[in-house]
Design a protein around this ligand. Structure first.
Ligand code: NDP
Length: 285
């Protein structure tokens, strides 16, 4: 059995081209989609993520504004800025790059963003809507994973999906989205005993752990769809996922590479959410 590579890079490129046409149409109709990214401090990974988002937005014709603030910015100052952006009708999407410096309460900041401009999909109102299956801004990485599964015609209903990781931004929401689509979902995490007994039952295995190559072929059922969310930097500077790709390719029917799998899809979904916000979709009145 040969393995199918789920090429997120190629798919994201195609989606971004389609979105560019959509943005051109919106501009003709007098709406200029705009994303404002707020970056506090100098975390190198955050700087590189923000650059990637800004570039992708601009290429799709979306106005992208990055507000860089020093590490010393107070919580109050940041909340005031968010309030201004909430009230600014020219801004459709607001993204505060995480993590924030320790003296700023992340959850407070996320909740301060208007749910109508919450293109990261982290606001509790939008998370609640996701749980009840309403249309809303979905968190970008889980949204990207679902879009990729659909683009490759991977059946979800009735399948056993095992999600390793339970963060608010990846693990929990991707499990919920799979459940919404009638998968049977098992969550695993660092306190799970005998992880393998669960993963080897997975028709769809999502690894969102953040540890290089820990999921070896022994953890994978033959014919499974393997989605590797992890981004881990090795000592030589190269990037690798949570899954040992070489071994996994002997067992999986489909697998995402790292880089070039889930990562580009995440950015594409951020643009999609920004365009939807500009169109006035998913509004909470
Ligand atoms: P977190 O660190 O918030 O969560 C990691 C999860 O993995 C936790 O739930 C943790 O369990 C669990 N875990 C850790 N070690 C083990 C283990 N040995 N066995 C089983 N479970 C374990 O990370 P994120 O969810 O934010 O990100 C996960 C990975 O995905 C990272 O590498 C990150 O860089 C990458 N990422 C990639 C994105 C993309 O666009 N491709 C976007 C976002 C993240 P517990 O809860 O018990 O601590």
């Amino acid at each position: 059995m040969s393995v199918n590579i789920l090429n997120g890079k190629q798919l994201a490129q195609r989606l971004r081209m389609e979105m560019k046409d959509e943005v051109d149409q919106l501009v003709q109709d007098g709406i200029k989609p705009k994303l404002t990214v707020v970056l506090v401090g100098n975390n190198p990974a955050s700087l590189s993520y923000v650059k990637g988002k800004e570039k992708a937005a601009k290429e799709a014709g979306i106005l992208a504004d990055v507000i860089r603030l020093p590490d010393s910015t107070s919580e109050k100052e940041l909340l005031r800025l968010i309030q201004q952006l909430n009230e600014d009708d020219t801004v459709h999407g607001i993204l505060v790059q995480l993590p924030l410096p320790e003296h700023i309460r992340e959850q407070l900041v996320i909740t301060a963003i208007s749910p109508n401009k919450d293109v990261d999909g982290f606001h509790p109102v939008n998370i609640g809507k996701m749980m009840t299956g309403e249309d809303t801004f979905l968190p970008c990485t889980p949204y990207g994973i679902m879009t990729m599964l659909d683009a490759y015609d991977i059946e979800i209903e009735g399948k056993h999906a095992v999600v390793i990781g339970r963060s608010n931004i990846v693990g929990k929401p991707v499990g919920q989205l799979l459940l919404n689509r009638n998968a049977t979902v098992t969550y695993c995490h660092s306190r799970t005993k005998n992880l393998k007994q669960y993963t080897e039952q997975a028709d769809i295995l999502i690894a969102a752990i953040g540890k290089a190559n820990v999921i070896t072929k022994d953890y994978i059922k033959k014919g499974a769809v393997v989605i590797d969310v992890g981004i881990n930097r090795l000592e030589d500077g190269s990037l690798t996922g949570d899954v040992d790709m070489e071994g996994a390719m002997e067992k999986a029917s489909h697998i995402t590479p790292v880089p070039g799998g889930v990562g580009p899809m995440t950015i594409a979904m951020l643009l999609k959410n920004t365009i939807d916000a500009a169109k006035g979709l998913n509004r909470v009145e």
